[in-house]
Design a protein around this ligand. Structure first.
Ligand code: THU
Length: 509
C-alpha cells in the first residue's frame, strides 16, 4: 500500500493508432513516433523506465531491465477527447461518444432553454467560429437582446452575449440552466460562457469565459477516494474536467512548467493521497498546432524534470505516467487522434514488468484504488463481516463488503434458515442494507468465505441469484474483488453474468 500516488497525464501523448482509428479518420497516426524523429527529442529517463519496451513502440530503444511496470492501454470509450479520456482513466467508460451538433441543437433543447431562462429567443444555433459568430450576429444580439447560441465540431454548447446586454453574472446563470438541461443523451462535454464587448460590428471576447463541464456519468476513483477520506489534489485542468467533484485541493496552472513546479511543491510539502496532474501544453500548444519540434522539446523538458523527480520518491510513493488520447503533430489534421496510450508505473525498488496491451484506460483507476489500499480495506471488512454469519446448517461463513459510489461500505453475511431455500447470501444482505438506506450507486463488492475448519477461502464467486440481484442496481462493469494467493483480483459483473433478466425495455434491447 502506498501513501501517495503521483498520477501524471501527458495530455495527448498517444503511442500509435487504435484498431478502430479508421472510424475517427486517424489511420497511421502516432504522436510519439512523429516527435521521436525531431532533433529536439531526448528522453533518457522515460526510456530507462521502459517507454521503448511498450508494445508497438519499436522506434525507440529498449532497455534490458526497465525500472517501471509498463503497459499499452487501449481506450474502451468511443471518443478521443480530454473529457472522455480522463473519465475512463478514473473508472468511467462511455460507450457512446459525447453528442455533437453539426446541424445545431434540436428544437426541444432550444425551446426548453428559452422556457427555463425566460430569454426572448436565441440567435444562430449552428457550428460557428467564435470570433466570426460575434461579428455576424453581434448587432442583431444588441438590437434584440437574444443570446447567441452556437457550437463547434466538439461537444460544446456555447453562449455569447455582449456584457452590456446580458451581464456576465446573468450569462453564467444562463449557462448553469443550459448545463442542467444538457444531460443524458444531450450531455455535451462543456457549456461555455463567451462574453464580449465592443460596438458597431467591432466586437472582442473578454477574459470572462467560463466552462461548465459535464459531470462524470458514473463513479470515479475520485468519488471513492473522497468518500474514504483519502485526499485528492488536482494540478492543472483536472479540477475543471471533473467539475470539481471528488477533489479536495486544486492547483491551477498555465503551462507544463507550472505543472511540474506544482508537482515539486506538493512532493516537498508531504501531501498524501492522490496527486492528479495534467500537463496540457503537449496538446494545446504543440499537438493542435502541428508543432513537431515544439512537442519533442516539451517532452524532453518533462524527461529532464523527471530525472530530478524520481530520486525524491520513497517506497511509500507510486508514480503513474499516462495519457488521455493522441494529437499527432505530424499528421495533416490539427485534431486529436485515436491512439493507444502508455502507462508507466514506477515505485522505488519496484519490479520490472511488461503487462503488454491492456484493455481500458480504467486500468489506471484500478491501480490507484488498489495501491491506496481501498480493495484491501474492503477484503478486510468482508472478512470481519463473515464472523456475523448465521450458518448453523452449512457451517460455511460468507462475508461481503459493498463499496458504494460515495465511498461508503455496507457489509453483510449469510443468514440461513431451517427451510433451506430461505437462506440469504452475504451479498444480498449487504445490498439490501445499502439500498434500504438510499444508496443507488455501487462500485464493487468484496466477498470472503470461511469454512468450518476455519480456512479462509477468499475465492468465493457470487451465486446466480445474487448476480441477478446485483444486476438490478449495477452496470455490467460493477466490480467483484477476491483475493487469491495474496493478490487481489478484479472481475466484472459481466464476466459472470453476461445477460440478465430485466423488465426495463432499455435493458432488453
Ligand atoms: N453463500 C453466500 O452467502 N454467498 C455466496 O456467494 C455463495 C453462498 C452462502 C449461502 C449459504 O449459507 C452458504 O453459503 C452455503 O451455500
Amino acid at each position: 500500500m502506498k501513501k501517495r500516488i503521483f498520477l501524471i497525464v501527458l495530455d495527448s501523448l498517444g503511442i500509435g493508432e487504435l484498431p478502430d482509428a479508421h472510424l475517427f479518420g486517424d489511420i497511421g497516426t502516432n504522436t510519439l513516433k512523429s516527435i521521436s524523429k525531431s532533433p529536439n527529442f531526448n528522453i533518457p529517463n522515460l526510456i530507462s523506465l521502459g517507454l521503448g519496451n511498450i508494445d508497438g513502440v519499436d522506434y525507440l530503444p529498449t532497455v534490458k531491465s526497465h525500472l517501471g511496470k509498463i503497459a499499452r492501454l487501449r481506450e474502451k470509450s468511443m471518443g478521443k477527447d480530454t473529457t472522455v479520456g480522463h473519465f475512463e482513466l478514473s473508472g468511467v467508460v462511455m460507450e457512446k461518444p459525447l453528442p455533437t451538433y453539426p446541424n445545431g441543437f434540436p428544437k426541444e433543447i432550444i425551446d426548453l432553454f428559452i422556457e427555463k431562462t425566460g430569454v426572448l429567443g436565441i440567435l444562430c444555433n449552428k457550428p460557428y467560429s467564435g470570433t466570426e459568430v460575434i461579428r455576424d450576429y453581434g448587432d442583431e444580439h444588441i438590437r434584440t437582446g437574444k443570446p447567441i447560441v452556437y457550437t463547434s465540431a466538439d461537444s460544446v454548447f456555447q453562449i455569447a452575449a455582449h456584457q452590456d446586454i446580458i451581464e456576465v453574472d446573468e450569462l453564467y446563470k444562463l449557462c448553469e440552466i443550459a448545463r442542467e438541461i444538457l444531460q443524458g443523451k444531450h450531455g455535451v462535454g462543456r457549456v461555455i460562457a463567451r462574453p464580449f464587448t465592443g460596438y458597431n460590428g467591432q466586437y472582442t471576447r473578454t477574459q470572462w469565459r467560463r466552462d461548465y463541464s459535464l459531470e462524470a456519468p458514473g463513479i470515479t476513483m475520485l468519488d471513492i477516494l473522497m468518500g474514504r477520506g483519502v485526499k485528492v489534489t488536482s494540478i492543472g485542468k483536472i479540477y475543471d474536467i471533473f467539475a470539481g467533484r471528488g477533489i479536495c485541493c486544486s492547483l491551477p496552472t498555465h503551462s507544463n512548467s507550472d505543472g511540474m513546479a506544482a508537482l515539486d511543491e506538493v512532493e516537498a510539502n508531504g501531501t498524501e493521497g492522490l496527486i492528479f496532474a495534467n500537463l496540457v501544453d503537449f496538446d494545446m500548444v504543440y499537438g493542435h498546432r502541428n508543432n513537431v519540434n515544439g512537442y519533442a522539446s516539451a517532452l524532453s523538458e518533462f524527461d529532464k524534470w523527471l530525472g530530478d523527480f524520481l530520486p525524491k520518491l520513497t517506497p511509500d510513493d507510486l508514480l503513474i505516467i499516462t495519457a488521455d488520447h493522441g494529437c499527432d503533430p505530424g499528421d495533416i489534421s490539427t485534431d486529436h487522434t485515436r491512439e493507444y496510450v502508455p502507462a508507466i508505473i514506477y515505485e522505488k525498488d519496484g519490479k520490472s514488468e511488461n503487462l503488454g496491451t491492456v484493455e481500458g484506460l480504467d486500468f489506471v483507476s484500478k491501480t490507484v484504488l488498489s495501491e491506496l489500499g481501498i480493495m484491501e480495506e474492503l477484503i478486510a471488512c468482508a472478512l470481519e463481516a463473515s464472523k456475523n454469519a448465521y450458518s448453523p446448517y452449512s457451517e460455511f461463513c460468507v462475508g461481503a463488503a459493498l463499496l458504494c459510489g460515495d465511498g461508503s461500505i455496507y457489509t453483510g453475511a449469510n443468514i440461513e434458515n431451517s427451510s433451506y431455500s430461505m437462506t440469504l447470501c452475504a451479498e444480498r444482505v449487504a445490498f439490501s442494507k445499502a439500498v434500504f438506506e438510499g444508496k443507488r450507486q455501487f462500485k464493487g463488492i468484496a466477498i470472503v468465505s470461511v469454512d468450518k475448519e476455519g480456512n479462509t477461502n477468499t475465492a468465493c464467486i457470487p451465486c446466480g441469484a445474487c448476480l441477478q440481484f446485483m444486476s438490478e442496481f449495477c452496470q455490467p462493469s460493477f466490480e467483484i474483488y477476491r483475493k487469491i494467493n495474496g493478490k487481489t483480483e478484479i472481475y466484472h459483473l459481466s464476466d459472470f453474468l453476461p445477460c440478465s433478466f430485466s423488465l426495463r425495455e432499455a435493458d432488453t434491447k
